[in-house]
Write a protein that binds this ligand. Sequence first.
Ligand code: GUN
Ligand code: ZN
Length: 429
Amino acid sequence: MRAWRAAILRFADDGSALYEPDGLLVAGPDAQGRQVIRAVGAYATLAPDYAGVTIEHLPGRIIAPGFIDLHIHFPQVDVIGSPAAGLLPWLDNYTFPHESRFADEAHGRELATFFLDELQRHGVTTALAFATSHPSSVNALMSESQRRGLRMIAGKVLQDQHSPDGVRDTTEQSLIDTEALIRRWHGVDRLGYAITPRFVPTSSQAQLRGAGELAKQYGDVWVQSHVAENLDEVKWVRQLFPDARSYLAVYEQFGLLRDRAIYAHCIHFDDHDRELMRATGAAAAVSPTSNLFLGSGFFDYEGAQRIGFKHGLASDVGGGTSFSPFHTMLAAYYVGREGQTKPGITLSPGNLWWQHTAGAAQALGLEGVVGNLQPGCEADFIAINPTATPLLARKTQQAASLDELLFSLIVLGDDRAIERVHIAGAGAT
Ligand code: GUN
Ligand code: ZN
């Protein structure tokens, strides 16, 4: 067993933030040999029970759960910052050409290493990631994640139509490849597989049907896609499926809405759609830096909270502009405040942080596994230095409440504040 003494941030079951200014976090193996949190609480209370355990003292640091990125594209590292007049030209002019390069396996391996380094540097310890349509891109990301002991979920993109040469796959082979990848990777060490239709326009009905059948057959595998991101995209889907009640309803028609199904964006929704999310157990990956960068629109937090469907935060790199959970939480705050196109609300710093940790875990069906530091959770955690930059130090030293402290970090923090990242309690990077 190992233990760390520092301030500790974690979350109660109702999503509220719990903060221990002088805490102790104890990690050790469970019955299956997984490194989990064995105890957490006030140092003064817990320390006598762990007298034989070496305690590492991190004065002035805040231990917090590793962040979870609910939606990110590992092959789009080099697409970040590519300007376009909206989603569809951005896909055509930048994204598809970049993703076509992953036909080369060596390119996939190089990017997988860079991508995971970058996630970890920013304190992200779990992600739900798109690969490309090339199965080797999944193998590259999974192999490197396995080597690092990460809890990572990823899938091969399905896109058999309205896609250029180089990224377009074929219906039958794409489903055969998906099933083979599920069998190879899902549940191996900490890895999980996600069935990954890119979005409705780029999959034939046969491919969507096949994806839905696999989602039924492999019930604990994840599903990930995009929905209702951009008005031109929504119009295109309406032309392709004129009888569908909405874009989201197309996914329902093919059996792709269920627990563990995560849909990026969910912007151009009505209350029927929100109710469908709630009723099916599907979750939204809110991607605010991407939505602001591509001019897609603003996620309606009031609607999500009122109807009560699962949601959490995502970078959506490379539509998104940053790997940093701090930047994503700040953008989510801006999006919540926006009150011209939908009701504007003020998200609390604790809620923003929850959406990127315990809330994201709940969206994945992994509550109590990752995204929190309650006993039994896997020991993925970070140590934050709240004095990493002069302005951050000045602001956090004046914080008179937990809300003020968390807000200072959200507004001013970046990768410089991530001092350590522990993966499942094993060593620090
Ligand atoms: N819709 C379909 N593909 C993509 C993608 O790669 N990124 C984003 N943001 N939206 C999409
Ligand atoms: Zn995306």
